[in-house]
Design a binder for this molecule. Structure first.
Ligand SMILES: [Fe+2]
Length: 282
């Protein structure tokens, strides 16, 4: 009984610095069939991996305790190529202009699509998706953290490359204020930001959902971090200089491992048991 109550407590307040969990209320107030299907998928994936206990290292324990783990990109790390790709696409004005979702059976948000402070790459080729997938599976730390959190295999369900514009002319409206992501249970995000960040110019802040006080800021040079965006309350104020961002969304899977790219306004597969086909775009 005691351990059952402990489990409920841990589910409600997974991280030590987190006193109130808005996701918890959201989770139980949703009569969302998609969420239920994702939980069912997780259940089956776990069932097939019942004896799967990946080793835990110092960084894994840090993640499981705090809900995030941050490191810094090295100069020649593969992910740096994506910043170059983003740069070239923006230079040639090959950017997202329409509010579209690239895949069927996918959620998409008009709010994300209409943000005036973000410039997104529209279509990311399959080759890049496969390279990012390969990068992730070969990255000892991120791979280990994901496997420990899911306790089953995983799949990239979206990749977004975008530039967050500074608001130096004070004309932009869509500042990314405090929120928690409402993805299905056990969804993780990896975010990378190009540049140098400090407490005065943070890449992203995690805060208390009660006091709105900042608990932790992501700082340093070319930070890349993995985080539980459902449970950590986070915000990203306008950057001082335009900031390039990479965002990878990851979910548990049973068999399908091919990375998906839903597009810049996209969220996650609506029904995880159904196939995602490419939408016809004119
Ligand atoms: Fe978010």
């Amino acid at each position: 009984m005691k351990s059952f109550l402990k489990k409920i407590y841990k589910f409600s307040f997974p991280y030590s610095f987190y006193k109130f969990n808005p996701y918890y209320t959201h989770f139980f107030s949703q009569k969302n069939l998609s969420f239920i299907l994702h939980i069912l998928r997780l259940f089956f994936a776990r069932l097939l991996n019942i004896f799967f206990f990946p080793p835990q290292f110092r960084y894994t324990k840090f993640f499981l305790k705090n809900g995030f783990y941050k490191t810094h990109l090295k100069k020649n790390e593969y992910i740096q190529n994506l910043y170059e790709y983003l740069d070239t696409k923006i230079a040639y004005d090959d950017i997202q202009k329409k509010d579209i979702c690239l895949l069927t059976n996918f959620t998409s948000s008009k709010v994300a699509a209409s943000a005036d402070s973000q410039i997104h790459v529209s279509i990311i080729p399959e080759k890049i998706m496969e390279e990012v997938d390969d990068y992730l599976r070969k990255n000892k730390k991120f791979n280990n953290i994901i496997l420990n959190y899911f306790k089953c295999d995983y799949r990239i369900v979206n990749l977004r490359l975008w530039r967050y514009l500074s608001n130096h002319k004070k004309k932009l409206n869509s500042n990314v204020g405090y929120h928690y992501d409402s993805f299905p249970h056990k969804t993780l995000k990896i975010m990378a930001y190009k540049g140098i960040f400090s407490k005065k110019n943070p890449a992203i802040d995690f805060g208390s959902a009660i006091t709105h006080k900042i608990e932790h800021s992501i700082t340093g040079k070319d930070p890349i971090f993995i985080f539980d965006s459902n449970h950590l309350y986070h915000k990203a104020d306008f950057p001082i200089k335009d900031r390039d961002t990479i965002e990878i969304v990851i979910q548990p899977t049973i068999f399908k491992k091919t990375p998906l790219h839903g597009g810049y306004g996209a969220g996650y597969p609506l029904n995880p048991f159904k196939k995602n086909f490419r939408n016809q775009i004119n």
